[in-house]
Design a protein around this ligand. Structure first.
Ligand code: P6P
Length: 334
């Protein structure tokens, strides 16, 4: 695109403006290098023999895909000797990842879901990498799980890369959310969607409707009204989407509005929810709020939650602000 800047140029401008330091710039460039590798591996699919199951389980007790393991290894290898981080946390690692003893330690903590939505890989539906960056505690050589348990409002940066027909990075450094498309000819992410704004209203909701018998009353009330459309209390008909890939849902919502819901239900009550707070809900919530949307558990703002565990799960209701606020209101009304 004529006159569009690359991510490298964007981050250099942020450095000159004093909004980003050299370590954060280096960390982001290394992480995006890993995402370019993951994008390439995915694009090769069966040709590279990266489809199918790894034959192992992750800390969540979920069967790992080969690409879950590959993506996790690529993200760790890109960051474990850079000197920009002092520790990492991954959906695929049971506890905080300790850097090699001889590796330099840096200012930041990197948390990530290396391949979100990986159940979609074998059927060629979009998946993605989600990442969150926190400040590392000073003087701590090997951060423990507890050092990662910072509120979402403490995030220095949040981003995801969605591997779809095109590979797109969406990132926020706390001043808006911006989209960059990977130009494979030059291997650079190019600014294509500056200052994303989510429409406050929508006609599109995303929820896994096969769980409807487990939903709490406020969620059932909201979805029933959407399904009733003009014939009910809402003044419009709604459309439904469910891709089973959070990065794809969130990217759609950033692009044209919508509400995404993975609420608490009677099946998930003991676990606290489906989606993980530290490396799914928190980064996505910051990106969505920075794009003018809202993100809530139904009973409170997600970014305000005090984390209690590295793999803690939470309910997630995010997207077009007026719809999220309606669902929150229904929870308050009981
Ligand atoms: P379900 C993918 O496994 C994920 O964590 C999110 O990306 C996605 O929104 C959700 O789970 C899908 O859950 O129950 O539809 O398989």
């Amino acid at each position: 695109m004529a006159n569009s800047i690359s991510f490298k140029q964007y981050i250099a401008n942020e450095q000159r403006a004093g909004r980003v330091d050299a370590d954060l710039a280096g960390l982001l460039n290394d992480t995006l290098g890993a995402c370019k590798q993951i994008s390439y591996d995915l694009s090769q699919g069966a040709l590279m023999g990266v489809l199918g199951m790894a034959g192992s389980e992750n800390v969540q007790g979920e069967d790992q895909k080969k690409m879950d393991v590959i993506s996790n290894d690529v993200m760790i290898a890109a960051n474990n000797r850079s000197g920009f981080v002092s520790g990492m946390a991954s959906e695929e690692e049971e506890t905080a990842y300790t850097l090699p003893a001889d590796a330099p330690r840096g200012k930041y903590l990197l948390l990530f879901d290396p391949l979100d939505g990986s159940s979609n890989i074998d059927v060629n539906i979009s998946v993605g990498t989600i990442f969150s960056i926190l400040r590392a505690p000073k003087g701590v050589t090997n951060p423990a799980d507890k050092d990662f348990l910072q509120k979402g409002t403490e995030q220095v940066c949040a981003g995801f890369v969605v591997y779809g027909q095109s590979t797109v990075l969406v990132i926020t450094l706390g001043k808006g959310s911006h989209g960059f498309t990977l130009d494979r000819n030059i291997g650079e992410f190019i600014l294509t969607q500056p200052n994303i704004q989510i429409p406050a209203d929508t006609k599109e909701f995303a929820i896994n409707a096969s769980n409807s018998r487990f939903w709490e009353a406020p969620v059932k009330r909201y979805i029933d009204e959407c399904l009733a459309g003009k014939s009910g209390t809402r003044d419009k008909d709604f459309n439904m989407r469910w891709v089973a890939s959070m990065v794809a849902e969130v990217y759609r919502i950033l692009t044209r509005g919508g509400i995404f819901m993975y609420p608490l239900d009677s099946k998930l009550k003991d676990k606290g929810g489906k989606l993980r707070l530290m490396y799914e809900a928190n980064p996505m919530s910051l990106i969505v709020e920075q794009a003018g949307g809202a993100s809530n558990t139904g009973r409170g703002r997600i970014l305000d939650l005090q984390p209690t565990g590295l793999h803690q799960r939470v309910p997630v209701i995010l997207g077009s602000r007026n719809e999220v606020e309606r669902v929150v209101r229904y929870h308050a009304e009981g």
